[in-house]
Design a protein around this ligand. Structure first.
Ligand code: PLP
Length: 456
């Protein structure tokens, strides 16, 4: 009988993990010292680790398990599809039923004339597709000089060379030769940290107008697209001031710049609507999707593309694709996930019941002496930690030190929250109940108290 690895002692598993497993975004030395947390099973919003702890996952894995853990329907959908057709590709004029149905369903769900889907296995791959697609679009339209893509500092669009270049994470750019040429970055609409004396609304306009200034600097004839998340996620859940997006939309329209909304986090109910573009009232030409599309049960991503761009791209051959573009099992699982989200009215419940409840509780965290602002849209939120709310001051310690302490306190209180610098962020499964929201807030407060005692 094969012994389940979960029955092995935690320390032994950690040692084997540290010996052979190279982790993403993890300091190697830390792994050797402390060992990785080993998650063994999950159900609903709860994880179980190898020591038997039950942990409230306020990050839905990596912002992806929208439907919650342990849905047998998704397991069954995968098993059925594996038996019928575990793989076939979608290259060279070939297709299969799950990809036909998923593309059709996404076209129904997506706003406006976003009616066409190019599949990938991740958000990074999908943004690589977008990078090539927008440039190819302009080439096919006879405007090959429109190559530059404008993005934002502190945006996250993935980890491949293309998507990592589109992203604005300086720590990532410092390693491995990024960004590639013709990607430009403007500042993010983070009023708390960068707004100075401006009101949030003035600041939103000022930051949006950096796009106009960048387009003028580069020349509109050289700019292909602007890419942004409706609400910046991995950058720290930066909710833009209300003035920001209308101004961005005006500028993209005025200069004939394609707008790519990266919905990898915001999509599939995270903001209380199917897409963050609906919540923020944006009209993108392309939306990047992944994560919540399958609730993370299998890797799948893609680009939902408007009629005009799809028609131009379809007028020739787009020399691009991935072996797993439209993988039948991933498509079947995504379809089942979308069916459940809709039939169980999970997104409606978020918008009308649980998100308003979470907002009220989450915003009350600003009563804590170390919490400055609390920002939340639907089921994604962040709090800014500060030593002085009135001046919105940063801590004297290196940025992220206090956030890290707070995150560790959360871990030890069996709550998964992440820190980005000195912001603490949440993105729980959409199925989180009001009782579980109460638990989340209680544990967050306890962790904040403990972190404050450690900092003082
Ligand atoms: N875009 C956004 C907004 C993301 O948050 C992420 C991942 O967190 C990605 C793209 C990259 O997706 P993936 O990790 O599936 O490649």
């Amino acid at each position: 009988m094969v012994q389940s690895p979960n029955l092995l002692p935690t320390a032994e598993l950690q040692a084997r993990d540290a010996a052979h497993h190279m982790h993403p975004f993890t300091h190697g030395a830390e792994l050797g010292k402390k060992g990785a947390r080993i998650i063994t099973s999950a159900d609903g919003c709860w994880l179980t680790d190898s020591d038997g702890n039950r942990i409230l996952d306020a990050m839905a894995g990596l912002w992806c398990v929208n439907i919650g853990y342990g849905r047998q329907e998704l397991v069954d959908a995968a098993a059925r599809q594996m038996q019928e057709l575990p793989f076939y590709n979608t290259f060279f004029q070939t297709t299969h039923v799950p990809v036909i149905e998923l593309a059709e369903r996404l076209a129904q769900l997506a706003p406006g004339d976003l009616n066409h889907v190019f599949f990938a296995s991740s958000g990074s791959e999908a943004n690589d597709t977008n990078l090539r697609m927008v440039r190819t679009y302009w080439e096919m339209k006879g405007q090959p000089s429109k190559k530059a893509i404008i993005s934002r500092w502190n945006a996250y669009h993935g980890s491949s060379v293309g998507s990592g270049s589109l992203g604005g994470m300086k720590g990532m750019h410092a390693q491995g030769g990024m960004p590639i040429p013709d990607i430009h970055h403007i500042d993010q609409p983070n009023w708390w940290s960068e707004g100075g004396d401006m009101t949030p609304e003035e600041f939103g306009i000022e930051r949006a107008q950096q796009l106009e200034a960048k387009i003028k600097e580069l020349g509109a004839d050289n700019v292909a697209a602007f890419i942004a998340e409706p609400v910046q996620g991995a950058g720290g859940v930066i909710v833009p001031p209300d003035s920001y997006w209308p101004e961005i939309q005006r500028i993209c329209d005025k200069y004939d710049i394609l707008l790519i909304a990266d919905e990898v986090i915001c999509g599939f109910g995270r903001t209380g609507n199917w897409f963050g573009s609906q919540t923020m009232n944006i009209k993108p030409h392309i939306m990047t999707i992944a994560k919540g599309l399958s609730s993370g049960y299998l890797p799948i991503g893609g680009s939902i593309v408007c009629d005009e761009v799809a028609e131009v791209i379809g007028s020739g051959e787009f020399n691009h694709g991935y072996t797993y573009s439209g993988h039948p099992v991933a498509c079947a699982v995504a379809l089942e996930n979308l069916r459940l989200l809709e039939e169980e009215q999970i997104i409606d419940t978020v918008r009308t019941e649980t998100a308003p409840y979470l907002k009220e509780k989450f915003e009350s965290l600003t009563d804590h002496p170390m919490v400055g602002e609390a920002k939340i849209v639907g089921m994604m939120g962040s709090i800014a930690l500060t030593p002085d709310k009135a001046t919105r001051a940063a801590f004297a310690s290196e940025a992220g030190t206090v956030g890290y302490i707070c995150r560790e306190r959360c871990f030890s209180n069996n709550l998964i929250m992440r820190h980005v610098g000195d912001r603490m962020i949440i993105s729980p499964p959409l199925v989180i109940s009001k009782g579980e929201i109460d638990t989340l807030i209680e544990r967050a407060l306890l962790s904040l108290d403990e972190a404050m005692a450690e900092v003082e």
